[in-house]
Design a protein around this ligand. Structure first.
Ligand code: GUN
Length: 286
């Protein structure tokens, strides 16, 4: 039976170290600040934003929330981003995605100052991820790498399969695994022989957004299985992209949902906010 990878416990360790870094920065008169922008009333996005603010408070990071109505125009949103770009007390800006229909996500992302882009979604930061010279690591993929390392696992020389090709998770995840000398395959909805490719994976990352999509017959015995999904099953119960109850018997290690990748994503945002505060104050980032 696969061993659980406890993202909650690992994220706690990271938060403890972030809290002591915040304390150090405060001694130099710097309070890291994060602005979180939520447009519309999507309940999942609302929960994510509330959690991000709670996380900030728990480690001493200052946060501001901007909850804008569904009817917000592109110009109003861009004006807010410009204001936050110029605001000295704010080092990181996060605009919760997806935005309501009618708003241009790409333009909003490109308007965030690259040094305040704690999601690492701005094309400049995405380019840096490609090159392997990141200032901010994208939160979910970075959290997954931390989890893997914490387990004493390296991607070097391993067959890594990422199922899902989103800009937020799939693509940057593949890059981080590649930078660690993994042999990486990205699969998606048009992939032929998906099962065959997944069965080759030593490290399998599921980021498709479909409940229990990865079944036990798609997993090589002993593989490390990372579940990025936050889905609902047929009974409305929270579940991941992996059929956990079956796959846990095949994998050597597996992340649960909840309590796996999610808490790590949140912890990495805090880390990025500190990095942003350091960069903007000319403090070397280790
Ligand atoms: N929506 C889902 N995940 C994320 C994330 O990591 N950052 C932002 N800004 N929006 C999201």
């Amino acid at each position: 039976m696969g061993q659980l990878i406890d993202g909650k416990a690992v994220s706690k360790e990271i938060k403890t170290s972030v809290a002591s870094e915040v304390e150090e920065l405060k001694k130099s008169g710097i309070t890291p600040g994060l602005a979180v922008v939520l447009v519309g009333s999507d309940p999942a996005s609302r929960t994510y934003v509330t959690n991000k603010e709670k996380d900030c408070a728990s480690v001493g990071i200052y946060s501001e929330e901007y909850a804008l109505p569904e009817t917000t125009s592109q110009k109003e949103l861009l004006d807010l981003v410009h204001t936050l770009n110029a605001k000295k007390t704010i080092h990181g800006i996060l605009v919760q995605l997806p935005l309501p229909k009618g708003l241009e996500e790409e333009e909003v992302i490109q308007t965030i100052h690259p040094l305040k882009d704690v999601d690492a979604f701005h094309p400049e930061n995405v380019g840096r991820i490609m090159i392997g010279n990141c200032r901010f690591l994208p939160c979910t993929p970075a959290g997954i790498m931390e989890l893997i390392h914490h387990e004493g696992i390296s991607a070097e020389g391993k067959r890594c399969v990422v199922v899902g090709r989103s800009n937020i998770v799939g693509k940057p995840m593949a890059m981080l695994l590649l930078h660690e000398n993994g042999t990486v395959t990205i699969c998606h909805s048009k992939t032929k022989d998906l099962k065959k490719i997944c069965l080759e994976a030593d490290i399998l990352v599921a980021a498709v957004g479909r409940p229990k999509f990865i079944t036990a017959d798609m997993v090589k015995p002993g593989a490390v299985v990372i579940d990025v999904g936050m889905d609902r099953d047929e009974n409305g119960k929270l579940c991941g992209d992996v059929d956990f109850s079956e796959v846990q018997h095949v994998a050597s290690r597996i992340t649960p949902v909840p309590g796996g990748v999610g808490p790590m994503t949140r912890a990495m945002l805090l880390k990025n906010t500190i990095t942003a505060a350091k960069i903007q104050n000319g403090i070397p980032v280790l």
